[in-house]
Design a protein around this ligand. Structure first.
Ligand code: F6P
Length: 465
């Protein structure tokens, strides 16, 4: 499946994404450490036959990545683009994460924001330049008629730019986020809304995680540019990788974390588990407020339950993310102060990213809390039932993409309704073991219906047909 440097100008399958499958850090002695990532696209690409030439184009993100590009260090089949750091920062932090992410997840506090001013226009130019760098690299490296799978909101303009450069290519774009409803999408200045949609519509096929997000895109395209033209939309609900997860969750490091967590929870207590990157859309603060309401209104749970909240830092270049992260820790401490006793800590919070600990928490969860404001899919909701040792009740936001597939067997909530979420936690904690086991079986089956390899290959097949 890999392509070496000499063959880079003839790749038959190309993937493009901001974050690539590998990242480099500079070591103290000036060396470079490579770290490989996981995820659906990585597993998908590994399923391609070895006679296929593939290339993954991604951005160099930190100093380590940039140094790797300068030294010519790289993985076979991966091309990192060393885009000017200021351009990358404006495109990634300024536009992708502060505008497009906010739009698709409905995160603006509209009395004050957004305010699309000259600074926005300057950053939009950087977003164009960043997308152009990808379109140029893809155009340069793709074989005649190759299939190109462009990922996510960072690269919304790239399909159209690539189409201009290489009309022979089969171009797909996949959105890992929700898509904004038309009234909200049209907060964007009219010309920008149009440019964004025309960029996406440069693709032959657009993929979404649920029908709801695909319909929202179509509604935006219909209102702003009169329709989707010859571009076809499709729905591919990325599922959990059961084989990998079950094997990984029973390795010794997970066993150690499990013992540590059990010790910290204490004997004969139930657990409510949540695992998230600390993103504004994950709704961790309202989750904690719901847990506080549960302890306040149902005192029978005091001393009998622990909320394990694994909240790993994300996008800390943005002040609003840093403030949100701090608020999560502050509120957890406040609940512990208010309700904790010498032998019981109501909230166990961990902020250091640790995959083994996440899997240990999945295994011991009695209840999983997944209450995003809005989420493309939410893989945690799919992973917990697969890994859980004794079955786990899922409290799930109806605004997560996963709701479409798991809603029937979860306890579903309106993520803004703290009181209802507290009630749902109570119901989940009190669920009889047989019902919990039965529901977990259905959840795990639905969660693994479209494993990552199939998810990727289905998109590739559709693009090539
Ligand atoms: O979860 C949605 C998503 O768009 C993923 O596809 C992507 O990996 C991630 O968000 C981007 O996050 P980051 O800014 O950390 O790269």
């Amino acid at each position: 499946m890999v392509t070496d440097a000499a063959q880079i100008d003839a790749a038959r399958i190309l993937v493009a994404s901001n974050r690539g499958p590998v990242s480099y850090t500079l070591t103290e002695d000036g060396g470079l450490d490579a770290r490989r990532g996981g995820g659906g696209v990585v597993s998908g690409l590994s399923a391609i036959g070895s006679d296929e030439q593939s290339l993954w184009v991604c951005a160099a993100l930190g100093e380590g990545d940039r140094e790797a590009v300068r030294r010519g260090v790289g993985e076979p089949g991966v091309r990192m683009l060393d885009i000017d750091p200021a351009v990358h920062a404006d495109a990634y932090n300024g536009i992708a994460n502060s505008v497009l992410w906010f739009l698709h997840h409905l995160l603006y506090q509209t009395p004050l924001e957004p305010a699309f001013d000259q600074e926005f226009r300057r950053q939009w130019d950087a977003y164009r330049a960043y997308n152009r760098a990808f379109a140029d690299a893809l155009a340069e490296s793709a074989a005649e008629g190759a299939a190109v799978l462009i990922q996510d909101y960072h690269l919304a303009l790239a399909p159209g730019m690539l189409r201009e450069r290489r009309p022979d290519l089969r171009i797909g774009h996949f959105s890992h986020t929700p898509w904004a409803p038309p009234d909200y999408f049209r907060l964007l200045p009219d010309d920008i809304a149009e440019e964004l949609l025309r960029g996406m519509l440069g693709a032959d096929r657009l993929g979404f995680l649920t029908q709801r997000w695909a319909d929202a895109f179509t509604a935006c395209a219909t209102q702003v540019v009169g329709g989707t033209g010859s571009t076809v939309t499709g729905v591919y609900g990325l599922g959990a990788d059961a084989g990998f997860l079950r094997e990984r969750a029973h390795r010794p490091d997970v066993g150690e974390r499990l013992a540590e967590l059990r010790e910290a929870v204490g004997p004969d207590r139930r657990t409510i588990v949540r695992v998230d990157r600390t993103e504004l859309s994950k709704n961790i603060v309202r989750g904690l407020l719901a847990y506080r309401t549960l302890l306040a209104t149902r005192p029978e749970w005091r001393e009998r339950v622990v909320h394990i909240a694994l909240a790993y830092p994300s996008r800390q270049d943005l002040a609003v993310y840093r403030e949100y992260t701090a608020e999560v820790s502050r509120l957890a401490a406040e609940i512990n102060e208010e309700y904790g006793t010498p032998g019981w800590t109501p909230v166990l919070i961990h902020v250091k990213d640790d995959f083994a600990r996440s899997l240990a928490a999945y295994r011991m969860a009695d209840v999983a809390l997944v209450n995003p404001i809005r989420d493309g899919m939410n893989l945690v909701a799919k992973e917990v039932p697969v890994v859980s040792d004794e079955g786990c009740a899922l409290v799930l936001s109806r605004e997560a993409g996963a709701y479409a597939e798991l809603g029937d067997h979860a306890i579903t909530v309106n993520p803004y309704d703290v009181t209802a979420t507290a009630d749902a936690l109570h119901r989940a904690l009190a669920m009889p073991p047989a019902e919990r086991a039965e529901r977990t079986k259905h959840l795990a089956a639905a969660a693994t219906a479209l494993p990552p390899r199939r998810w990727f290959l289905d998109q590739l097949d559709a693009l090539r047909d």
